[in-house]
Design a protein around this ligand. Structure first.
Ligand SMILES: [Zn+2]
Length: 217
């Protein structure tokens, strides 16, 4: 997996290449990325509250219309579902254990105590596994590794997507299927009015002439 730096201009002209696998993209998913400088984590040494306050102030957000293929269109959805549902499962076991422990000791037998002990261990272990699971799911997802006022750096993207963006920078055409090429060609070769030509920064012979005349005056 690779990293890609995208300016605000790039974000408006992202290629139709799946950001996860490099295949032809069929959908765009609106995703709000958030990021804060890594030094904010140092504040955890002082305490949780200073960290949370500074992290909230320093966090930058940027929405990206991410291109995906059919296979990856739920790239973040299934991760969120796994994280939320597994947490709910652990929480339910935890609540059951807690309420069983609150029962008067006389009402439960030795076997019940053993079961509560096992469930208690299971929920603590489950919580540790859950934290590792969240870390793994986040590290394998497309994520922001820097957000500035002018752009965003994304990690965990397909190298093919990076080359497509770079090729776009150099004005090249992507080596994708014909449909995509035609789509781009149609965009490039739109008939443009004289007015539009003046508005763009392309060299225009008449403009050069004007400049020459002005220089002579
Ligand atoms: Zn894909």
């Amino acid at each position: 997996m690779a990293n890609v730096r995208l300016s605000d201009y790039d974000l408006d002209t992202l290629p139709d290449v799946c950001m996860k696998c490099g295949a032809t993209a069929t959908v765009r998913k609106s995703k709000m990325f958030s990021w804060h400088p890594p030094w904010v984590f140092v504040l955890l040494l002082i305490g949780l509250l200073p960290f949370i306050i500074v992290a909230l102030i320093m966090t930058k957000r940027k929405t990206v219309e991410v291109p995906f293929c059919e296979a990856h269109k739920n790239h973040w959805l299934w991760r969120t579902l796994v994280i939320v549902l597994s947490f709910v499962g652990i929480a339910v076991v935890g609540i059951v254990v807690y309420s069983a422990m609150m029962e008067p000791a006389g009402r439960r037998g030795g076997a019940g105590d053993e079961l509560i002990g096992l469930l208690c261990m299971a929920s603590v272990l489950g919580l540790i596994v859950w934290i590792i699971l969240v870390a793994v799911l986040q590290m394998t997802a497309i994520r922001a590794s820097e957000i500035t006022d002018r752009g965003i750096r994304l990690s965990g993207v397909a190298p093919e997507f990076v080359s497509a963006v770079e090729q776009d920078h150099f004005g090249g055409r992507f080596d994708l299927d014909r449909g995509v090429r035609e789509h781009w060609r149609a965009g490039r070769e739109r008939p443009r009015s004289e007015e539009q030509r003046y508005q763009e920064d392309e060299p225009d012979p008449r403009r050069k002439e004007d400049g020459f005349q002005e220089g002579n005056q």
